[in-house]
Ligand binder design. Structure first.
Ligand SMILES: [Zn+2]
Length: 145
């Protein structure tokens, strides 16, 4: 017999529904006794079958339908603030922000010739310093007299 885990779900479902003939049922149990995976499946199903079903209150249906009517009567925008609607927006916003940063950083930066700019400033400063010196020189000579 092939394993239940290898495309044999129909056989497993028939076993659980007790619709298998006795010989096939015995073959399934014989395989499950040798196979750890299938034996685990049968044991788990047996545990779930023995578990007691929870007691449902008598007015469960009435309360459920009342709540559904309440939710349907609410305006459409009330549900927009629920976190489940925004939990997908947060990763999308993060990815968009990363893309924006990536696009910004991949833009070619204008080449700044800092040496030329520094030289032009130095020339201007030198001219200004010479002009100041020319202005101050007559004053200095006059003050010595
Ligand atoms: Zn198996």
């Amino acid at each position: 017999m092939t394993c239940f885990t290898e495309n044999n779900a129909d056989l497993l479902i028939a076993y659980f529904e007790h619709t298998l003939p006795a010989d096939e049922r015995a073959a399934v149990e014989a395989h499950a006794a040798k196979c750890a995976d299938c034996g685990g499946l049968l044991a788990a199903h047996a545990l779930m079958s023995e578990a007691p079903a929870p007691v449902v209150s008598t007015d469960f249906d009435a309360r459920l339908y009342a709540r559904i009517r309440e939710d349907q009567a609410k305006p459409w925008y009330v549900g927009m603030w629920h976190f489940s609607h925004w939990k997908f927006a947060i990763p999308v916003a993060a990815v968009a922000a990363m893309l924006a940063v990536g696009v910004f950083l991949s833009q070619p930066q204008p080449a700044i010739d800092t040496q030329t700019k520094a030289e032009s400033i130095d020339v201007q400063q030198l001219e200004q310093a010479l002009d100041d010196l020319e202005l101050l020189t007559p004053l200095a000579e006059a003050s010595n007299i």
